[in-house]
Design a protein around this ligand. Structure first.
Ligand SMILES: O=C(O)CCC(=O)C(=O)O
Ligand SMILES: [Fe+2]
Length: 297
């Protein structure tokens, strides 16, 4: 059976990138401690208690999914800003864009009796229009409960990011992301994976999913609605910027304040929504010739 490489919490970004390049999936063991898991559980418990399940085979009739984790959970905000994960996301996505953003948040709880999810590549959310040479995603699944093959550990096909799109893995080519609570699965948008079958009668498998994407792509979870300005105003500038209240280039993602008749906030970075003075990372006018020449890679 295929296996996923396990790295220690003190592994370097370069070691992680090497394995991502080869396998497109790996586990870092024990990256967060019990105290952090308790905080995540306490934040998510009220939402995971509600009996709302998926609506089709893909989302799973016995699987609960809770989103808007940035608005709902301080512990998940801390997790989203985890330095090692952000270092990896930045470096992994660097060849394909000028920055990255948080793209999807969800707690996924696979209940007893759930069937296995079809293997897929998450890059499919953009409808297959992205050329294969663009790697759009660096994703994490944090184990909140233990992940075992029996309770629905994520299926991952190491190396399948380099496969022809129609190649179907044999059973032996599928690895299972078995890991202890506090460990994290890293995987890319191009690797084949899917939720595992939960063949237990009394165990649920809960993971916190935080996905990071190139900042020029549309986010899977609409962060401006899942974490609207009246909630975002009380969060840190770092997390606001990560979820998209920032620009992704000279003009990409600017806004104008619809209520402002003085035109103070005209074509500015969303960061200004939360400040009383103008700030703009890209405020200096670039040399137009360079801007045009950079616009086609
Ligand atoms: O629950 C899992 O382990 C994986 C779920 C997944 O890949 C998805 O819903 O896109
Ligand atoms: Fe997926």
């Amino acid at each position: 059976m295929a296996t996923l490489k396990h790295l220690n919490p003190d592994c370097s970004t370069d070691e992680i990138l090497d394995v991502l390049d080869k396998d497109a999936g790996l586990i870092i063991d024990n990256l967060i401690d019990k105290d952090q898991i308790n905080k995540i559980n306490a934040d998510l418990d009220p939402y995971l208690k509600v009996d709302v399940y998926g609506r089709d085979d893909f989302t799973g009739f016995k699987t609960k999914r809770v989103g808007a984790l940035i608005a709902r959970s301080k512990a998940c905000r801390d997790l989203a800003l985890h330095k090692k994960i952000n270092d990896v996301s930045k470096k992994y996505l660097e060849p394909h864009g000028d920055g990255y953003q948080l793209h999807f948040t969800s707690a996924v709880c696979i209940g007893p009796g759930e069937s296995k999810q079809i293997l897929h590549r998450d890059r499919g959310i953009w409808g297959g229009y992205l050329p294969r040479k663009v790697e759009p995603l660096m994703s994490t699944i944090w184990a909140i409960t233990e992940f075992t093959k029996a309770n629905g550990a994520t299926q991952v096909v190491p190396g399948s990011h380099k496969w022809d799109k129609d190649r179907i893995p044999t059973e032996k080519e599928i690895a299972y992301a078995e890991m202890k609570p506090g460990s994290v699965l890293l995987y890319t948008g191009t690797v084949l994976h899917g939720g595992g079958q939960n063949e237990t009668t009394d165990e649920s498998r809960t993971g916190v999913f935080l996905h990071y994407a190139l900042n020029w792509l549309r986010q899977e979870e609409n962060q401006y609605l899942s974490c609207p300005p009246d909630v975002a105003k009380d969060l840190s500038p770092e997390i606001r910027s990560l979820i998209g209240y920032s620009k992704g280039g000279y003009v990409l993602g600017f806004y104008s304040d619809p209520h402002d008749k003085t035109a103070t906030y005209e074509s500015v970075s969303p960061e200004n929504m939360f400040k009383d003075h103008l700030i703009d990372d890209f405020s200096s006018l670039p040399d137009p010739t360079e801007l045009v020449s950079k616009s086609t890679k």
